[in-house]
Structures are given as C-alpha cells and as structure tokens.
Design a protein around this ligand. Structure first.
Ligand code: FUL
Length: 485
C-alpha cells in the first residue's frame, strides 16, 4: 500500500475545474518522491472534468425514432399527421436493457428531428405525442426513457434538431430561436439529469435562411445542466468526427480551433483528424447507424458483425467515442435481429480483450522521469489508467520494452495516454523481437485516450513501444497486447 499525500499545486489557485482536475489526479504521490520529482506539466489544452468522464464511456447508444419510423422516410417534411405515430408495443425498458447488456453508458434520443414532431408533450406546440393515438395522447417518450435510464444507471442524452420543418415561426429568427430555447428549457428541466445535448447542424437546401442562436443554447445548457457535454460540429465540448460511416481519423487529435469551424458547413477532414496546434480541447464523437438509415425501414438490415468490429476499431480505437444508432421499429422495439447482432458484437469484443498478455509483466524503458518508481515503466502494465510511465522533461522520444516472460502470440495492441495531461504523442511504433532482430509491427501518429492497432499475427517474447515524437515528454498509462482470432 502506497502512502499518499496531497501536494500543493499552483493550479489549485488558478480556478476552473478543467485546470484543477488533472492536477488533483496527479497530486496523490508517494511521500518522499514529491520533493525530487515533480509530475510532468500538462500540455495545453486539456479536457474538462465532464469531457474526461464523457471519453471514458467508450460506447453511447443513439435512438432515432419519430414519425419517420411510420412513413419510411429519413427526413420528414413536417406535414406528417401526428395520428401516424402509434407504436404498438413501445417499451423503452427494452432499449435500456439492451444498453446495459451491451455496455452503452448513455442513450441519446431524438426528442425532435427535422420534421418537428416532439416525442414529449411540449407546451409550445401540438405537433407532438399529445396529438397522437399512442396511449391516447398521454404518452411521453422522453419521460419514460428518463425513468427507465435512472432505474438502470444509464445516462440520458437528448437530440433537439434546430432545423424544424413544421414549426410556423421557423424563418423568423427571433421568434423561432425563442421557441427552440423554450423547448430546450423543457427538456433540461423536466426530466432530471441530461448528460449530453446533441446539436445537429443539418439543414436542407430548401430551408429558410435563418441563424440559430447557438451561443444562447449553449449558455442555457451550462446554466441548467452543468454536467452535460454539448455536441455540434464545433463543440463546445464534443465535435462531430466528420462522417457518418464510423471512421475517426487514423490521426485523431482531441484538439482543434473552434473558431475555424462553422456548424453545418464544417471542413470534414479537419473534424476527422483534429489539429495538433488547436487551442481548444474538443474530442471527436463517431456517429454511425447499425442500419443503412438513421430511422427504421422495413427493407433494411443491420450491419454485419465484421462491419461493427471494424467500426469499433476505427472509432474507440482511434481516440473517439462510438455513438451507435439503434432505430426502434414500428412496435417501438429495437428489432430482434439487431439485438442478436449486438450480442455477437459484445461477445467478440470480450473474446478479443479477454487476456492482456502484457499485464503485470516486466518492463524497462529508455528513460524514467527522475528515476522515480512513480513514473516507472511498470506503471504502464499495472491496469491502472491513472498511473503512467514518463520520461524526464526535454525529451520527446523514448521506448518502453516489455518482457512477456515467454514467447506469446498476438495481433492487437492497445496504447493509452493519460489525457488529463494533454494529448502528447505525435508518432509511435510497436516493434517485436523476432528471429534475433527488431521488427516493426505497426506504426502510427496519434494515441490519445485509447489507440487500438491490428497487425499480422506474430510470436515474440520482447515487445517495444517506441515513442518517436511527442509534443512534450512522453506519458503512457497503458500498453496491452491481445490475440484476436
Ligand atoms: C444528420 C441528420 O440529418 C440525420 O437525419 C441524422 O439525425 C444524423 C445523426 O445527423 O445530420
């Protein structure tokens, strides 16, 4: 058992949770070490507490459900009769059960999509569940979901489309923005905690020319739900990854310059890779649907297991969070075939990551910060994401070698940086000692919260993670090796 002590940090005095949190994390250090070896300084920008919590979720469920489910369309035109919204067996508990079983930590629901139909009985419009035959107009999908999520310990997020093809005030900038803010206030005050608010920048070419008052929307969310992260092309907390295919950039920085991004007209390649020079911490969220459409359609099928695994490696494995859409059908249930596919997905991931061949093994490194055990290479293999190996200041390269104890066979690596200190690595490679010489298995650019790489199956006893370039002295909290069948 280590003896821990809190040390004073100048950051404590500087205010702002985003600055304090990483220092708090790092300020628990063994007595005797602190005087000689201060922790590495964070490289700015760094995540806020809510961004850190968001990133750790890994998987979020998206639920697209509205009149489109009944009309077989992707974008409703706003002229739908609320009478068509009549799910026969709607059971939000089934959605929440699926989330809990598969490992989704949050469910984000389309409270209102572009067609303007509201899944809760908003007092600002009759174009909602209250005008539908479902539960004789007494139903409230948002309310039911909030209750079911609370019961199972799943978080709830909400999507409220700014583009509204039904509302008559749309196009009258002041009036419509007030309408939108009124609805946002309802959603943020009537249903308990909301963990993520999704601001979709999509707008059809035929849409009336009008500005959305995003600054006001964001201020309202901060005021009413300070723990919530906000998503849009430009953040402020989480950015779009730039495509709807489930592919984060193979270079994927959590930084970008928000001032360079216009919502709805963003440079998608900039969003996909982020920006190593970016002044804002805005990690990427990778949204993709399990089916071709965002809404359920009778003639569409869920993606294959192989496609889902590919998506996982290309999102969660690239410093992103996967927001996977599971559209309920006309019964109001996630279809059985989609649930079966998700079970295969979960089982396969559990199999791949069942045994970390490097866990607890012997590690050495090119350099250890102040020669202190606190920053020793062993910290990378201890299964604790808050401890890490680091080098002395001034170094931007280094290697960490693992002796697996015997020759082992593997084809997947997982690397993690302690991102509370900022995202640092710019270039890395993984080598294995095979046939008397070092052979490169894989090389890459960014690591961030989590990097997963697949490579040709190899058998070796010694493996090296080589940090070839870094924005500041390297810090690595995890390095794992797995065998995928
Ligand atoms: C897009 C929308 O237009 C789609 O219908 C869907 O909601 C997707 C997640 O975002 O911008």
């Amino acid at each position: 058992m280590k003896h821990l002590v809190r040390v004073f940090s100048p950051f404590h005095a500087s205010g702002g949770l985003s600055r304090v949190l990483p220092v708090l994390l790092l300020s628990f250090v063994p007595v005797g070490v602190i005087a000689q070896v201060p922790p590495p300084l964070p490289v700015m920008p760094i995540p806020t507490a809510r961004q850190l919590e968001w990133q750790q979720q890994e998987l979020i469920m998206f639920v697209h459900f509205t009149v489109n489910t009944f009309t077989d369309r992707e974008w409703g035109d706003g002229k739908e009769d609320p009478q068509i919204f009549n799910p026969t067996e709607l059971d939000v508990r089934q959605w929440v059960d699926v989330a809990a079983e598969i490992g989704f930590k949050t469910i984000i629901l389309t409270a209102k999509h572009h067609d303007g139909f509201c899944l809760w009985p908003s007092k600002y419009t009759d174009h909602s569940v209250k005008s539908s035959p479902w539960l004789k107009g007494k139903g409230d999908v948002v309310g039911f979901l909030a209750d079911a999520c609370r019961e199972r310990g799943i978080k709830m997020g909400l999507y409220l489309s700014p583009w509204d093809r039904h509302e008559s005030s749309y196009g009258d900038e002041l009036r419509y923005n007030l309408y939108y803010l009124g609805q946002l206030r309802e959603l943020l005050t009537q249903y308990g905690p909301v963990s993520e608010v999704w601001f979709d920048g999509a707008k059809g070419r035929d849409a009336k020319d009008m500005s959305y008052h995003f600054d006001k929307y964001w201020a309202l969310v901060r005021q009413l739900q300070p723990g919530a992260v906000m998503f849009s092309d430009a953040g402020p907390d989480v950015r779009w990854i730039g495509n709807e295919k489930g592919i984060a950039g193979s270079t994927c920085w959590s930084m970008m310059d928000r001032s360079r991004v216009s919502i709805g007209m963003a440079d998608t390649s900039y969003l996909n890779t982020g920006d190593p020079e970016g002044l804002d911490w805005v990690p990427g969220e990778t949204d993709v649907s399990i089916r071709p459409g965002w809404f359920w359609h009778p003639n569409e099928e869920p993606k294959s297991l192989a496609e889902l695994i590919e998506i996982y490696f290309n999102s969660v494995g690239r410093n992103s969070v996967l927001l996977l859409n599971l559209p309920p059908d006309r019964r109001g249930l996630i279809p059985e075939e989609d649930v079966a596919r998700l079970r295969e997905f979960r089982k396969t991931l559990d199999q791949i990551f069942a045994e970390d061949l490097a866990a607890g093994k012997v590690a050495s490194a090119s350099n250890t910060r102040g020669s202190a055990s606190l920053y020793a290479p062993a910290m990378v293999l201890d299964g604790d994401s808050q401890t890490f190996w680091s080098t002395d200041d001034g170094l931007t390269q280094g290697w960490l070698e693992v002796d697996l104890g015997e020759t082992r066979t593997f084809n997947v690596s997982r690397i993690e940086e302690p991102i509370a200190l900022g995202q640092r690595c710019k270039q890395y490679r993984v080598d294995a000692h095979v046939g008397g010489k070092w052979q490169t298995l894989v090389s890459g650019t960014t690591i961030g919260y989590r990097r997963l790489d697949r490579f040709d199956t190899v058998s070796a006893r010694y493996v090296r993670l080589v940090i070839e370039d870094s924005r500041a002295c390297p810090t690595i909290s995890g390095f794992s090796l797995y065998r995928k069948n």
